[in-house]
Ligand binder design. Sequence first.
Ligand code: SF4
Length: 363
Amino acid sequence: MSLTQRIKQKAYDLGFDLIGIAPAERAPHAEAYRRWLTHNYQADMQWLARDPQRREDPRCVVDGAQAVVVVGLSYFRLDPPGDLWRDPARGRIARYAWGLDYHDVILPRLRALGDFIEQETGRPLRQRSYIDTGPILERDFAAQAGLGFIGKNTLLISPKLGSYLFLGEILVDLDLEIDPPASDGGATCRVSLPGQAKRLGTCGRCTRCLDICPTHAFPAPYILDSRRCIAYLTIELRGLIPPELRPLLKNWIFGCDECQEICPWVRRYSHPSGADFLRYDPDWVAPKLLDLLALDEAGFRARFKGTPLQRTKRRGLLRNVAVALGNWGSPAALPALEPALQDPEPLIREHAAWAIGRIRDQV
Ligand code: SF4
């Protein structure tokens, strides 16, 4: 086996589902990324606008980089029972957060792959490993490495596994066999699957994700306005959720999967992940909103330690929970919301007041 083949085999042995290698060159969508920034579509995520040249070109991150090793790991899990998933008294959590923090699990595996490459090469390498932790247009490089195509919802879609994928990259100063670009720069790709003819991966005329987005966060295909994206509003936004968007969040309290759930590629080709750090506990993935609103700081830490939900902190999660309770619209939520008006966190107090007003308007 060649070095590249051994690296790929090692990636599979480490549990990754996909691996490909892209050239360490300027990303094909670098110009589109610059245009995206001019619209301020990155919202308050200013790190996305910092030093764009580094994000576009791996050679600005790793001196002498020649290859970007891209791995993918599916996190697809089946829906919880419908009576839980559609219950407005419960919150919904995006699938990627149905378990332990993936950074803690996947980054060590990626670093193990980096160590393997160095051992096999027999010389010290300049390399960097990222799981959405560093400056790289990861979907562009994943498409370049043949992992899939970029859908109109801006996500990387693997024709083998759909789009519920964690992506990771190793930027390395090593001459590896580059995978032939399966993609035409993002929107279509051809893949060969065992026992099947070559399949064209593309969105074609489909616009389901654009049409279903509750907050109309796609001003055009392949462009996401983060300022309206539920994932941004419920996770990355630190302050007030714009009041006009709150009713559109429904009961999403941490992220959103609507543009993936609807996608025909996801529906047809996703199959449940074997990743053991994702858990399938209905009370975890669709928790009762009233239970969450009752959490104090210690209770929040005990429940969410080591999970992606730590990112919002208690004040962010309970802000989202208050919005979801307002959207539930049931007077049964009032006895829990009224004490939240005295919460030490102004953010929670403001959203609890909004929820109370919304419920009272509906009864
Ligand atoms: Fe493409 Fe349709 Fe999937 Fe959106 S829902 S990413 S348009 S195939």
